[in-house]
Design a protein around this ligand. Sequence first.
Ligand code: CP
Ligand code: NVA
Length: 305
Amino acid sequence: MRHFLNLTDAGPDSIAAMLDDALTRKRARAGWTKGRVDADAPLAGHVLAMIFEKNSTRTRVSFDMAIRQLGGQSIVMEAGQMQLGRGETVADTARVLSGYVDAIMIRTDDHAKVEEMAQYATVPVINGLTDASHPCQIMADLLTIIESGKALPGLKVAWLGDGNNVLASIVEAAALMRFDVVAACPQGFQPEEEAIVRANGRARVVSDPREAVEGADIIVTDTWISMGQAHAETKLAAMMPYQVDAALIAMAKPDAKFLHCLPAHRGEEVTPEVIDGPQSLIWAEAENRLHAQKSILRWCLGQIG
Ligand code: CP
Ligand code: NVA
């Protein structure tokens, strides 16, 4: 059973194979209408169930379109409208859904819930974001970086701001795909030490944003307040020196690219001139959620090695 709870579940060879598959499939359907099914309809006869305990625009629509383009179908559910929302266990939900559908994607808060879902489901389970990680997002980010003409090994990726779930998956990817991450985070908002240790020297945390950005190939940031966190003025104030602005990005390599998983808060983690400027790849990155997820689905269902 192939679950996709974190990037390590797939490993470097499968990640490379998925990225390759995503690029090939994306090119093969260039110019097609979005609802047209891929010529080989590889997941015809398959149904994906999605459970959302948090808001989503990209993950919801890109997974829905991903399974449709692969020839399959989807069921999208809000946890609050399920019995899950009034106390039915994750384990029982997993066992019941496994009798109806071929794969389950869940977006939730506590990472232990996706682990419990995977433990009891008899179909693949995909992590659509937890408080701990966001592996599907990073697959799209890697695809976007490769598409921009940069090879992953040896790249310097700079992260600015909150040491959050998205950063955790970037750090995990760095160790697997052999690139380096320098994360500049304010005191009190740094990533877990264990995650940095697991990256085997591929990731380090600094306090000076310039140190992270200097000579970087890729600059990444994210919202300062993630879903489920209280809006705190003290946190916003601590984050302000880590805002990605034109002066900061000028310290990176001249051909450096900017990524942001979205949704963005212009004027907080990034200035409009950067996120809407020539170095920003955010729209390709958002579209690539679709292409990357098609390959994640195919990997989970045993169609990619
Ligand atoms: N980047 C991302 O996961 O977006 P959504 O929250 O809209 O799904
Ligand atoms: N760190 C953000 C990512 C949203 C896609 C959050 O968890 O809200």
